[in-house]
Design a protein around this ligand. Sequence first.
Ligand SMILES: [Zn+2]
Length: 66
Amino acid sequence: MHKFSPGRSLAAALLLAGSLHAVVEVQPCPIDKTTMTATGNTRQEAGKTLAEYKCEKGHVYWIAVD
Ligand SMILES: [Zn+2]
């Protein structure tokens, strides 16, 4: 078993998110059930990385990706 460094796994997750687009399993929009897609925007909040997702109707959600 490898010891997993949180910093390194976060960097890897961000790299994957940037190149693959659908690393995180995203639930459909709770309001209209349409598919949500990542906009590519991220932000840090309380030590977590949040990624911005938008549904087909334009509802925006920030989902923790780590
Ligand atoms: Zn929606």
